[in-house]
Design a protein around this ligand. Structure first.
Ligand code: ADP
Ligand code: MG
Length: 320
C-alpha cells in the first residue's frame, strides 16, 4: 500500500507535546507564552547541494537542520521552546525519514524544544524549520549595541566546517580521524544556546557565525555603527586548520561559514564575567579583538601589523 503524506507525519513527526497547548494534527498549533516574556522567532531553510551534501547521513541532517536554527536563538540569548518543520521530499524513503527524525529529536530533546507542527510535501529535498524561543523584554542580544572600546569575543573554534567542505571538494587532503573530526564539525554543529543565555546582560551585541567571520562581523559593525580591529593570531582553531597552508587557514578562519559559534562584544570591564559565562556554559571563549570608533574592519598579525583583507562573506547569490 502506498505510504501517504499523513502516514509519514503520523509515523515520524507526531510525538505528543508536553509544553504546547496543542501540537500537530490541527490547523494551528497553540502555544501559551510565559507571562512577561517575548517570543524570539527565526527561520532557516536547508537545500540539498547548497546547505548540505547528498553524502550527509540522514540523522546528521536532522541534527543540523535544527542546530542551525537553534544557533539563531542562541545568538539572541533566547531559550528554545517550540519549532515547526516544513519538509519537501523527492520520494518516500523510510530509512531516510527514520534517521532524519532520530537526529532531529535527539537535538530537540537535548534543548527541551518540541515540534508543534509543519508541512509535508513532494519536491526537491528542502528542509525549513522555524524556531520559537523566549527572552525577557529588553534582554535579547542584538547585532546593534556594540560600543567603541568593547572587546570582541568568539566561542569554540573556527574553520573546521570549512576545512571539511574543502576536503569533500578535494581541495585539501585529509584522511582517517582528521577527516572525521572536521566532518563532525560540518555535519553536527553544536548550537551555543547555554552560552547565549549566560551572556544576557553581559554582551553588548551578538551574532551567530553562519557565513564566515568577516561577513558576520560586518553585520555587527554596521548595526552597531562601529569598526573593529581583529587579531588574526587570536582566532581559536583546531590542529587540522593549524596544519593548513596560510592561505587555506585564512580562508577557513575568516571566510569559513557553517561554524555556528557565537561572535559577540562586551565591555572590557566585563572581561571576567564573559570568561565566567563561558565556564558556566561549558564553552571556551576567546577574545579576538576590539571595537573602534573608526568604521571598517582592520585585521592585524601577532605584532599588531596590518594584514590585507581579501576574504569576503559567503553569499548564496554571489558566491554560488
Ligand atoms: P493544512 O492543510 O491544514 O495546512 P496539513 O495537511 O499541511 O494541514 O498538515 C496536517 C497537520 O500535520 C498539521 O497540524 C501540521 O502541523 C502537521 N504536520 C504536517 N507536516 C508536518 C511535519 N513535517 N512535522 C510536524 N507536523 C507536521
Ligand atoms: Mg499545510
Amino acid at each position: 500500500m502506498a505510504v501517504g503524506e499523513f502516514d509519514l507525519i503520523a509515523k515520524y513527526f507526531a510525538r505528543p507535546v508536553r509544553r504546547a497547548v496543542l501540537g500537530g494534527g490541527d490547523d494551528c498549533a497553540l502555544l501559551q507564552p510565559t507571562r512577561g516574556m517575548q517570543w524570539a522567532v527565526s527561520t532557516d531553510a536547508l537545500v540539498e547541494g547548497r546547505h548540505f551534501l547528498s553524502t550527509v547521513p540522514p540523522d546528521a541532517l536532522g541534527h543540523k537542520s535544527l542546530a542551525v536554527n537553534l544557533s539563531d536563538l542562541a545568538a539572541c540569548g533566547a531559550k528554545p521552546v517550540a519549532f515547526t518543520l516544513s519538509l519537501t521530499l523527492p520520494r518516500v524513503d523510510e530509512a531516510f525519514l527514520a534517521g532524519f527524525a532520530e537526529g532531529l529529536y535527539a537535538l530537540a530533546d537535548a534543548h527541551d524544544i518540541e515540534l508543534v507542527g509543519g508541512d509535508t510535501t513532494a519536491g526537491p529535498l528542502n528542509i525549513g524549520i522555524t524556531v520559537m524561543g523566549e527572552v525577557p523584554p529588553g534582554q535579547a542580544l542584538r547585532r546593534g549595541g556594540a560600543k567603541p572600546g568593547d572587546e570582541l569575543w568568539v566561542s569554540g573554534r573556527l574553520g573546521d566546517a570549512r576545512l571539511a567542505l574543502e576536503a569533500f571538494r578535494g581541495q585539501v587532503s585529509l584522511r582517517g580521524e582528521a577527516f572525521e573530526d572536521v566532518r563532525r564539525a560540518m555535519e553536527r554543529p553544536q548550537p551555543r544556546v547555554a552560552l547565549g543565555l549566560a551572556l544576557r546582560g553581559i554582551a553588548s551585541a551578538a551574532i551567530d557565525l553562519s557565513d564566515g567571520l568577516v561577513g558576520d562581523l560586518g553585520h555587527v559593525l554596521r548595526a552597531s555603527a562601529v569598526g573593529a580591529t581583529l587579531r588574526l593570531a587570536d582566532i581559536p582553531h583546531g590542529v587540522h586548520v593549524a596544519a593548513c597552508s596560510e592561505a587555506q587557514r585564512r580562508t577557513c578562519l575568516l571566510a569559513g561559514g557553517d561554524d555556528y559559534e557565537l561572535l559577540f562584544a562586551a565591555p572590557a570591564s566585563a572581561h571576567a564575567r564573559v570568561r565566567d559565562a563561558g565556564a558556566r556554559a561549558g564553552v571556551p571563549v576567546a577574545c579576538i579583538g576590539t571595537l573602534d570608533a573608526e568604521p571598517g574592519l582592520r585585521v592585524v598579525d601577532t605584532h599588531g601589523a596590518p594584514v590585507a583583507l581579501t576574504e569576503r562573506a559567503f553569499d548564496h547569490f554571489i558566491s554560488g
